[in-house]
Design a protein around this ligand. Structure first.
Ligand code: SIN
Length: 348
């Protein structure tokens, strides 16, 4: 018995010593020097906030940007993405960027128009007719000048990404222009977009993207303009099951960084960022087209979802009704940008 107790006692002591050694409980030495750990101090983190789902043109572009930047910088520049408005919604993301709470955002051009009214040129209805024109415009000189305007608010404009054309999604058919009458239409916060739906005799209501689903559920709105990928990824079609392929407007994203943060980056990191964006630009435009086409195919297969096209005559009616908006922009906002854009899109 005495032997058994002594044996057990010794075994327990050995186990305690072994455990303590593994947990470094008795260790007085500091952690060994670690190159990689030191590197952590030099790591640059870009917090990138956006409001849409990951499986959308902007969501996928954010992921691609992260992949390229981290690869090119060997992990020195890290991109943390916060999708779905989980950090900031479209009313608060610009402020968060200006306060450097996040370093990168990519709002729609429409959401920048309160700060920079000239940007409303991109909201003008029927100004762009097809994907080729849209790509040319968003990569062209007008867009470059618009991005440069961001310097006024201490923001670095990097590039434009694309989502494609806006269509009309509604709880009842809107094909003939008269069918807009009295409809409560959700819009992004842009005066020109308000003006557009006023001209159509509808009732525009500015609502953040993240609240649209709930407002539809609560019967606060009847319709909205958005791309197919946004309609599909947020399941708006489950309530707005009448979709008119009007292609009346474009949805572009201005990719931007906090100005002080950008200026604090070393030249090599800045180059990695701009090179990554350049490298992915064509890919981004292709992705946007693909998402919208694929999502439209899904929607067409849902029996409850009705898809309408605008015939030439109906489109003419819409354009006629919306014509005064061009005068409004030209006279009250900026004649120069409109002229520049129209010239640019007509170059071969
Ligand atoms: C987005 O694509 O970022 C949101 C667009 C919207 O607010 O409708």
């Amino acid at each position: 018995m005495k032997l058994f107790l002594t044996g057990s006692f010794i075994t327990i002591i050995i186990l305690i010593v072994l455990f303590s050694y593994r947990q470094s409980i008795f260790s007085t030495t500091s952690l060994p020097y670690d190159d990689e750990q030191q590197g952590l101090n030099e790591q640059i983190t870009i917090h990138f906030s956006h409001v849409v789902a990951e499986n959308t043109p902007k969501g996928a572009a954010a992921e691609k940007f992260k992949e390229l930047v981290e690869e090119k910088s060997n992990g020195k520049v890290v991109v943390q993405i916060y999708p779905n408005g989980m950090l900031y919604n479209d009313e608060s993301e610009l402020e968060a960027l200006l306060e450097n709470k996040v370093q990168m955002i990519a709002p729609t051009s429409s959401k920048m128009t309160n700060a920079l009214p000239n940007w409303q040129v991109l909201d003008l209805p029927f100004i762009i007719e097809n994907n080729e024109q849209l790509k040319k415009l968003l990569n062209g000189e007008t867009s470059k000048s618009l991005l440069e305007e961001l310097e006024r608010i201490n923001v670095k404009g990097l590039t434009f990404w694309n989502n494609g054309f806006k269509q009309i999604a509604s709880t009842s058919p809107i094909v003939e222009v008269e069918q807009f009458k009295g409809k409560r239409v959700r819009v992004m916060g842009s005066d020109i977009l308000h003006e557009q739906f006023n001209l159509l005799d509808a009732k525009p209501i500015a609502i953040p993207f993240g609240e649209v689903y709930t407002d539809l559920k609560d019967n606060m709105i009847d319709a909205q303009e958005n791309t197919i990928s946004n309609i599909f990824s947020k399941q708006f079609h489950t309530m707005e099951n009448h979709i008119t392929l009007s292609k009346h407007g474009v949805l572009a994203y201005a990719v931007m960084m906090n100005g002080d943060f950008w200026n604090s980056l070393d030249a090599e990191s800045q180059k990695i960022i701009t090179d990554s964006l350049d490298e992915m630009q064509d890919w981004q435009f292709e992705q946007a087209e693909q998402f919208n086409n694929e999502n439209l195919t899904y929607l067409k297969a849902i029996p409850n979802v009705k898809i309408y096209e605008l015939n030439d005559l109906t489109k003419k009616d819409w354009k006629e009704k919306l014509k005064p908006i061009y005068n409004h922009y030209e006279k009250k906002i900026n004649n120069h940008y409109l002229e520049e854009l129209l010239n640019e899109k007509s170059y071969p």
